[in-house]
Design a protein around this ligand. Structure first.
Ligand SMILES: Nc1nc2c(ncn2[C@@H]2O[C@H](COP(=O)(O)OP(=O)(O)OP(=O)(O)O)[C@@H](O)[C@H]2O)c(=O)[nH]1
Ligand SMILES: [Mg+2]
Length: 255
């Protein structure tokens, strides 16, 4: 690799490491984290009145672990090595210090190989109807495994979110399983698959690890942004809005 490229890559990695160091020094403290309720259908549960964020992604991608990581609890959300376990929709209320409380909705994972075709369709339908019939969901975190290219189902869900202008952010999980020198390559595969506009876009991909808590503070930053918009009666920016914002940012004259 030529000298300039090496330098650029190292600078990028230094930023990642700085982010990690910073996170170790000032972690968001969780005052309270509870399982509010579980339900077969999201419409069975009344709107919480709080900012609601839905988590979607393949089975085993790490949705439940992600909740535990944010909550700083080991077993608030049930994790498992048997994919496809989470069948109900779980609602968690997180109440961090110096931040408005919010609700995380853990939706059943899709794409597990041994699940029948019709069940796979049911899962996707459940996710779609949840997002459409529950307007109190103001933001979606679409989780993908940082090591792999997004699946057909991931792309389907994302196309759906775009089509209905539902604001979403892509979260790339299991960062700890990537080699340092491979991180940029993997992020770029994900960005290209989803046709995300820019490396620095708020849409993501945002890298996290439930194991090391890498990226935890960054996720809280995303939630804070959504929370302040929510407090003003709005919701986070959708794909098109964020694309425009990214473009404006780029075109704005420097200095
Ligand atoms: N090394 C590592 N393992 C992780 C991470 N996140 C999740 N895992 C592991 O991946 C497996 C699946 O994690 P879950 O959190 O249960 O995944 P899920 O998306 O909730 O799965 P379903 O409930 O089946 O949809 C578990 O064995 C976790 O320990 C991570 O950041 N790093
Ligand atoms: Mg789960």
């Amino acid at each position: 690799m030529n000298q300039k490229l090496v330098q650029k890559r190292d600078q990028h990695m230094d930023r990642h490491i700085d982010q990690q160091k910073e996170q170790q020094t000032k972690e968001t403290i969780m005052k309270e984290a509870i399982l509010m309720t579980s339900a077969a259908r999201a419409t069975d549960v009344p709107a919480s009145g709080l900012l609601e964020i839905a988590l979607v992604g393949r089975s085993n991608v790490g949705k439940s672990s992600f909740i535990n990581m944010l909550a700083m609890r080991h077993a608030l959300a049930r994790t498992s090595n048997t994919p496809g376990k989470t069948r109900l929709i779980h609602f968690y209320r997180l109440d961090p210090k110096e931040m408005d409380p919010f609700v995380l909705i853990d939706l059943p994972g899709y794409g597990y190989a041994s699940v029948s075709q019709s069940m796979r369709r049911d899962f996707l339908k459940m996710i779609e109807s949840t997002l459409l019939k529950r307007p109190s969901v103001k933001l979606v975190f679409l989780l993908v495994d940082a090591r792999h290219a997004p699946s057909q189902e991931d792309l389907k869900v994302e196309a759906y979110l775009r089509a209905y202008a539902i604001p979403y952010r892509i979260i790339a999980t299991k960062q700890d399983k990537l080699k340092r020198q491979d991180i940029n390559k993997h992020l770029s595969i994900i960005r290209t698959a989803f046709k995300l506009p820019d490396i620095s876009s708020e849409l993501g991909p945002h890298l996290v690890s439930a194991k090391t808590r890498y990226g935890r503070e960054h996720v809280f930053e995303l939630i804070r942004l959504a929370s302040s918009t929510f407090a003003r009666g709005g919701r986070a920016s959708s794909f098109e809005e964020q694309k425009d914002a990214d473009r404006d940012q780029k075109e704005r004259p420097k200095g």
